[in-house]
Write a protein that binds this ligand. Structure first.
Ligand SMILES: Cc1ncc(COP(=O)(O)O)c(C=O)c1O
Ligand SMILES: N[C@H](C=O)CCC(=O)O
Length: 412
């Protein structure tokens, strides 16, 4: 069956025909049969250079043989025990070594669970109920954060999800990114805030970079108001380098959430941080978190293999940065949009200047993006199908795939 037919069938059993809204490409999504390196092979017989990379986890490419070997070795030993394993200690120690701010952590199965648990923990620790998030920030699909949410929630016009009880939504305040005055004003007035959760580099409305000094000011303001600072590094963790955004910008949050690359492309979420806060997690404390698949052996094995590879090959981050620089340099002189990149993250915004926040990102010309997306796809390059998603490169993007990507951006 080809993609069009598969989608017709899918719509009979899956809402909207997909398992996650961001995949709902119009008029129908292409269906993937297999993937290797930087290439997706579709059910329609096409080969596409992938600039989505599973929305970020696949820093080392599809079906990376090093990770595959680690997963296969674990498969031989079983893939779920419901007991502790050495693997979870190994991965935890690696993550703690890589992040000055993380003294203890717990592994869960998704980024959603990680941010949900971190928020609950912050509430339990501080005894306060309110939280602050960024307008356009995305932290997974759960009630506390599906308010002015980016990613598919913005793309599909539902930044405030139905089904979130108004009393819940009222506990979530929002501020614009790169606006320290708004944060200071809010925290001065509202003394019921447990935590400020933010993506240090916004990644779910395209990448938006922090102004100089923004993250340091955020750290200062939250500390001054006894508000915990949660860095959601589900995208930026191990993507901007070992140690993520907090290392790059020299900030020590109280809690951190990780996911994506941390599990080598298998489902994972991690929340961790200061020991005095983390010790409140059950069974050592009274904030409950649990999961059948927490710390599951396959994700731990893939995560450990990825972590070891990154440490042995740290220069890969510089090479990835050169690749997005090459794309930027290939843009035509008369390009009317703006190109934003950071390491292996990049995006072309159909807006004359790079957005500084959600409001500005939403001013992009989404119809022009759509035309570009379709042109890229016809040329054999798959970029995430929304102006409000980041593009990702991997170590598997070799010279020939880069040539193809560049030829698309030369005609943006
Ligand atoms: C910054 C950020 N936080 C949290 C999440 C949730 O992660 P997951 O999709 O694994 O639940 C995502 C992605 O969806 C994300 O980009
Ligand atoms: N932008 C989202 C995560 O980072 C995309 C993943 C999804 O919603 O399926």
């Amino acid at each position: 069956m080809k993609s069009e037919e598969l989608f017709t069938t899918a719509k009979t059993c899956l809402p909207g025909g997909v398992s996650s809204p961001v995949r709902a490409i119009k008029p129908y999504p292409f269906y993937v049969k297999s993937a290797s390196g930087a290439v997706l092979k579709t059910e329609d017989g096409a080969s596409l250079i992938d600039c989505c990379m599973g929305y970020g986890p696949l820093l080392l490419g599809h079906a990376n043989p090093v990770i595959q070997k680690a997963i296969e070795a674990q498969l031989d030993d079983g893939w779920l025990y419901g007991t502790p394993t050495k693997l979870e200690i190994d991965l935890a120690q690696r993550i703690i070594r890589d992040h000055d701010s993380i003294e203890m952590l717990r592994c869960v199965s998704t980024g959603l669970e990680a941010t949900l648990a971190a928020i609950r923990l912050a509430r339990g620790f501080t005894g306060k109920c309110g939280i602050v998030k960024l307008e356009g920030g995305f932290h997974g699909a759960h009630d506390a954060v599906l308010i002015a949410a980016g990613s598919g929630a913005t793309t599909h016009g539902t930044p405030d999800s139905l089904g979130v009880p108004p009393s819940f939504a009222a506990q979530t305040r929002q501020v614009p990114y790169n606006d320290t005055e708004a944060l200071e004003e809010l925290l001065s007035k509202d003394k019921e805030i447990a935590a400020f959760i933010l993506e240090p580099v916004m990644g779910n409305i395209g990448p938006i970079l922090p102004d100089d000094g923004y993250l340091a000011a955020v750290r200062e303001i939250t500390a001054a108001h006894d508000v915990l600072l949660i860095f959601d590094e589900v995208i930026t963790g191990y993507r901007l380098g070992i140690g993520g955004a907090q290392k790059k910008y020299g900030i020590k949050p109280d809690l951190t959430t990780l996911g994506k690359i941390t599990g080598g492309g298998l489902p994972i979420g991690v929340f961790g941080g200061r020991r005095d806060i983390m010790e409140l997690i059950s069974p050592s404390g009274g904030v409950y978190n649990a999961g059948t698949f927490n710390g599951n052996p396959l994700s731990m094995a893939a995560g450990i293999a990825t972590n070891a590879y990154l440490h042995e090959n740290e220069s890969l981050y510089g090479k990835l940065d050169e690749k997005t620089r090459a794309i930027e340099e290939s843009l035509p002189a008369n390009a009317s949009g703006s190109f934003v990149r950071l390491g292996s993250l990049f995006k072309y915004f159909f807006r004359s200047t790079a957005p500084q926040n959600y409001l500005e990102a939403k001013q992009s010309d989404t119809a022009a993006f759509r035309v570009f997306f379709e042109k890229a796809l016809k040329s054999g390059v798959f970029i995430p199908p929304s102006q409000f998603e980041t593009n990702f490169l991997s170590t598997a993007h070799d010279a020939s795939s880069m040539e193809k990507i560049i030829s698309v951006y030369q005609h943006v």
